[in-house]
Design a binder for this molecule. Structure first.
Ligand SMILES: NC(=O)c1ccc[n+]([C@@H]2O[C@H](COP(=O)([O-])OP(=O)(O)OC[C@H]3O[C@@H](n4cnc5c(N)ncnc54)[C@H](OP(=O)(O)O)[C@@H]3O)[C@@H](O)[C@H]2O)c1
Length: 338
C-alpha cells in the first residue's frame, strides 16, 4: 500500500517548479504524481538536471482536471491569473492548494484588481486563503486548505521588519526599503530585458513608484502593528542568478542598537530558518538554502536592517514546502536544506 501523499505541480517548466521538484524528490512522505506543463514530454525534457530523478511524463491540463484529482496537494508555480482559474475546482474536490503566484495573496478583490489590472475570478477563495509566511502565521497555516505563498521581496522585507514594527509605539512608521533581486526573480519567461546580454555588468532600479508587492507587504504589516506604515519600496535587478538583498532603513533615534537587536533575537530564536547575524550578510551565504539572514546597525538617527535570502527557496519553493510540512504536522524542516 502506498502510504505517501500524491503531489501535483502546475507550471512544470518554470524556475520554481524545478526547485519544488528537487526538494519534493527527497521528501519521505510524498510522491510527485503529476507535473502539468504546456510542453509535453518527460520531466527530464523540461529540466535536464532532473532526467534521472523524476522519471515521469509531463501532461497538459485537461478541462476536467483528471490528472490532478487523485492528488492530495497541488502546487501552482504559474504566473498570476492561472491559479485563480483552476484552483477552485480542486479546492472544491477537497484537494489542498499551495499557490506560489500572487493570485490569493491579497484578501481584498478591489485591491487585487487595482494592482493586477483585471477582476479576480475567485474572490471567495481570496478571502479563505492563508498567507503562507510561517514565521508570522504558523497557527493559521496548520488548518489551511489554500495557502498563498508570499512573494520573495515580501518574505525578506516582512521578516526583516516585523520585530521592529511590533515594538513601534509611534502612530506612524516610515520605512525606506531598497531591495535587490537576482535575475531568476523574473522567471524563465524569456523577456529579452532579463537576458544575459541586457543584465550582465549592469544594475538598475525598476517600478520605484509602485511594485505589485507593495500592497502585499502593507497588508501583512497591518497584522502586527496598529501604526500607519509609510513604505517606500525601490526594487533593483542585479546581475546575479538568484538571491534577494533587502536594506530596510527607519529613523529610530532613542533606542539603543543592542536593544533593537534583542527584539530580533527574541522574535526569531526558535525559528529554524532565521538567523540574526553580527555581520553584513551576503546573498552567497544563503543561496541554495531556505535561510533568511538578518543584521541590525545604527547610522546616526537611523536603524538599518539587512535581510537576505534565496528568492527561489525561502522566497518560493522552500517556503512552500515549509508550509506543506506545517499543514501535515511533519517536522517543519523535513526535506528542506537549512
Ligand atoms: N522566480 C522567483 O524568484 C519567484 C519567487 C516567488 C514567487 N514567484 C512566483 O511563482 C510563480 C512561478 O514563478 P517562476 O519564476 O517559476 O516563473 P516561470 O519560470 O516564468 O515559470 C512559470 C511557469 O508557468 C507556466 N505558464 C506560463 N504561462 C502560462 C499560462 N499562460 N498558462 C499556464 N501555464 C503557464 C509555464 O510552465 P509550462 O511551460 O511548463 O506550462 C512556466 O514555465 C510566479 O507566479 C512568480 O511570480 C517567483
Amino acid at each position: 500500500m502506498n502510504s505517501t501523499l500524491n503531489i501535483g505541480i502546475v507550471g512544470g517548466r518554470g524556475y520554481i517548479a524545478i526547485e519544488l521538484l528537487r526538494l519534493l524528490n527527497q521528501h519521505p512522505h510524498i510522491t510527485v504524481r503529476t507535473v502539468i506543463s504546456r510542453q509535453t514530454g518527460t520531466v527530464g525534457d523540461l529540466h535536464d538536471s532532473l532526467r534521472h530523478c523524476v522519471p515521469i511524463a509531463s501532461l497538459p491540463l485537461s478541462q476536467d482536471y483528471a490528472q490532478l484529482i487523485d492528488c492530495q496537494i497541488v502546487f501552482f508555480a504559474t504566473p498570476s491569473s492561472i491559479a485563480m482559474q483552476h484552483a477552485p475546482a480542486l479546492l472544491e474536490a477537497g484537494i489542498k492548494v499551495i499557490d506560489l503566484s500572487a493570485d490569493f495573496r491579497l484578501a481584498d478583490p478591489a485591491e487585487w484588481e487595482r494592482w493586477y489590472g483585471k477582476a479576480h475570478t475567485a474572490p471567495q477563495w481570496q478571502r479563505a486563503a492563508v498567507y503562507g509566511l510561517p514565521e508570522i502565521n504558523r497557527g493559521a497555516i496548520k488548518d489551511a486548505q489554500l495557502i498563498a505563498c508570499p512573494g520573495c521581496y515580501p518574505t525578506a522585507i516582512i521578516i526583516g521588519s516585523a520585530p521592529l514594527l511590533q515594538h513601534t509605539t509611534q502612530s506612524r512608521a516610515s520605512l525606506m526599503v531598497n531591495a535587490v533581486s537576482g535575475i531568476s526573480g523574473a522567471g524563465r519567461s524569456g523577456d529579452p530585458v532579463h537576458s544575459f546580454v541586457e543584465c550582465a555588468e549592469s544594475f538598475r532600479a525598476y517600478a520605484p513608484t509602485g511594485h505589485r508587492h507593495h500592497a502585499e507587504i502593507i497588508q501583512t504589516m497591518r497584522q502586527f502593528t496598529s501604526s500607519e506604515v509609510q513604505l517606500t519600496f525601490v526594487p533593483y535587478l542585479a546581475p546575479m542568478r538568484r538571491g534577494i538583498h533587502a536594506t530596510i532603513t527607519t529613523a529610530l533615534p532613542h533606542i539603543h542598537q543592542d536593544d533593537i537587536r534583542q527584539w530580533y533575537l527574541d522574535a526569531y530564536h526558535h525559528e529554524p530558518f532565521i538567523t540574526t547575524t553580527d555581520h553584513c550578510p551576503s546573498v552567497a551565504e544563503v543561496v541554495g538554502s531556505n535561510r533568511c539572514h538578518l543584521s541590525i546597525y545604527r547610522s546616526n538617527d537611523n536603524i538599518i536592517i539587512f535581510s537576505v535570502l534565496d528568492n527561489l527557496i525561502k522566497g518560493a519553493a522552500g517556503q512552500a514546502l515549509q508550509n506543506m510540512n506545517i499543514m501535515y504536522g511533519w517536522p517543519e524542516t523535513l526535506s528542506i536544506s537549512q
